[in-house]
Design a protein around this ligand. Structure first.
Ligand SMILES: [Zn+2]
Length: 379
């Protein structure tokens, strides 16, 4: 998602002040929210879907999770969780780790190409129909044409009514969270949670979708250039892949219609807490989806889905769901745990500390379970 940009004239600056009062022993924390402003329009090339990508075997990059994780503390933690959960959290976490072994998956990079090959081969083997959607845009700094590619996996492509699950699979070019000290930001941003967690979740769900009992067709959309930005400048353009996909959907309408969509982002945090996004509650066409998903979580006992908006976040989340909803006219719910970690609040976000050890199999397992059950039950 897009980081909060803080225009000095209209935004509050966020800070925490902790005062230890010796007599009473109490601690006061003052947290003031911030807001951001962003231009969402942009010029993009004409839409084009490439034929199904020819997967190439990448021998040193198997999508299977390394066996070592079977003995990890993460495995034991999942093993103690709900027996009714069909999602294999350890397998999902193995995918997350594996994707991170590629290094940063920056738009247009060799690592991104490797990721596309891995995903194409993986989902093709599971029975999905894989396509790449290429687009171009001006490089944020050089202004020269820069290429990006969304990856679409279609399940039961003959079905006209479809549900779209969307994650971004690119990683930010660098850690630059202005809210943490410079030494924590780092030049290498791995994006274990902000990037790989969504990919890992869909890879795990891919094992369950082919046999899922639902009349909907389901599409997995991996969007590129969600945050191909090099600064926190409000001029930087986010959500390029999802905007391109949404424009193409409107300008070149396919036979099928997306009845519902969900964007999943940053759902691997070890300290999982998923509040409702304000837009996902405010948008009339999306509110029922949000209610359905949080009710599903409640019925399953997944209490990390908190049925209210974030108490300290006054503004809606800015993420790919804005493009799918506002441009593509698709009812789209955002699922994101924006506090990464819960405390100190967001210290890992957009820093070199966004690494696998700060994510967990259990979190992936719980979010996957909610999504699977929602897909099974939604009408
Ligand atoms: Zn991000």
């Amino acid at each position: 998602m897009q980081p909060p940009v803080i225009p000095p004239r209209i935004c509050f600056y966020k800070k925490r002040v902790a005062i230890v009062v010796a007599v009473t022993g109490t601690v006061l924390c003052l947290v003031v929210g911030c807001q951001d402003i962003k231009n969402t329009n942009m010029g993009l090339a004409e839409p084009s879907f490439a034929p199904t990508m020819r997967a190439q075997r990448v021998s040193h990059l198997s999508p299977q999770p390394p066996s070592i994780h079977r003995q990890s503390p993460v495995f034991r933690m999942v093993a103690q969780s709900d027996k009714n959960n069909p999602i294999d959290g350890n397998r999902a976490f193995g995918f997350l780790q594996h994707i991170c072994t590629l290094g940063p998956r920056i738009t247009g990079s060799p690592a991104m190409q490797s990721q596309q090959q891995i995903l194409s081969e993986y989902f093709t083997n599971l029975g999905g129909k894989v396509r790449l959607q290429h687009f171009s845009f001006p490089h944020p700094i050089k202004k020269s044409p820069q290429g990006g590619s969304n990856l679409l996996v279609e399940w039961h492509p003959d079905r006209q009514e479809r549900i779209l699950l969307c994650v971004h699979y690119d990683t930010r070019p660098q850690g630059d969270n202005a809210r943490v000290p410079a030494y924590q930001r780092g030049n290498i941003f791995l994006g274990a949670n902000d990037g790989a967690s969504g990919v890992a979740l869909l890879m795990e769900l891919g094992n369950h979708i082919p046999t899922l009992s639902t009349h909907y067709g389901i599409d997995f959309l991996f969007v590129d250039a969600e945050e191909y930005v090099f600064s926190n400048s409000p001029k930087d353009r986010y959500f390029l892949g999802s905007e391109f996909f949404a424009r193409d959907y409107i300008q070149n309408p396919p036979k099928h219609r997306y009845k519902k969509a969900v964007v999943l982002d940053m759902i691997g945090d070890r300290h999982l807490q998923i509040y409702q996004d304000r837009n996902s509650v405010w948008w009339k066409d999306t509110r029922p989806i949000t209610k359905e998903i949080w009710k599903t979580a409640k019925d399953l006992g997944v209490h990390e889905f908190i049925p209210r908006t974030h108490p300290k976040m006054r503004q809606p989340i800015r993420d790919d769901h804005l493009m799918l909803h506002n441009v593509g006219k698709i009812p789209t719910c955002e699922i994101i745990d924006f506090d990464y970690p819960k405390w100190p609040q967001n210290r890992y976000w957009h820093t070199a500390e966004d690494t696998p050890e700060h994510c967990s199999a259990e979190s992936l397992s719980k979010v996957g379970w909610v999504m699977l059950e929602w897909l099974r039950s939604t009408q």
